[in-house]
Design a protein. Structure first.
Length: 117
């Protein structure tokens, strides 16, 4: 695809989740961790001059809830998407981040701080 450069294949696709990630109850490298970042990557689309970042976080304990609140700096009001996945009775249940949970704070000029909660 013209305008996009990929140095490597994307490790995950937004909206697709592996059930093994949902079944994880502790992180084997640190069993005391309240949360673990499963994936954090981004790519630049030169045609649209847009950077996309995908972060996948597994919250393991109540103390890890603060990892769900993310703040992003941007030079324009950006599109933010978020999805929470839960395992309920062995089935994946998806809850999309509602627009009322996304806040844009103008910092200066055309610089914004976007927060999703």
């Amino acid at each position: 695809m013209a305008g996009m450069v990929h140095a490597q294949k994307a490790p995950v696709k937004f909206g697709n989740i592996d059930i093994r990630d949902l079944e994880m109850t502790t992180y084997h490298n640190d069993t005391t961790a309240p949360a673990v970042i499963l994936c954090d990557y981004g790519y630049f689309d030169a045609r649209n001059i847009m950077f996309t970042r995908i972060i996948r976080i597994k919250i393991l304990k109540k103390e890890g809830y603060n990892w769900a609140n993310r703040v992003f700096s941007t030079s324009s009001k950006s599109d933010i998407k978020g999805v929470t996945f839960n395992l309920v009775d062995g089935k994946i249940v998806e809850t999309k981040l509602q627009s009322k949970s996304i806040f844009a704070e103008k910092v200066s000029g055309s610089n914004y701080r976007m927060t999703g909660r």
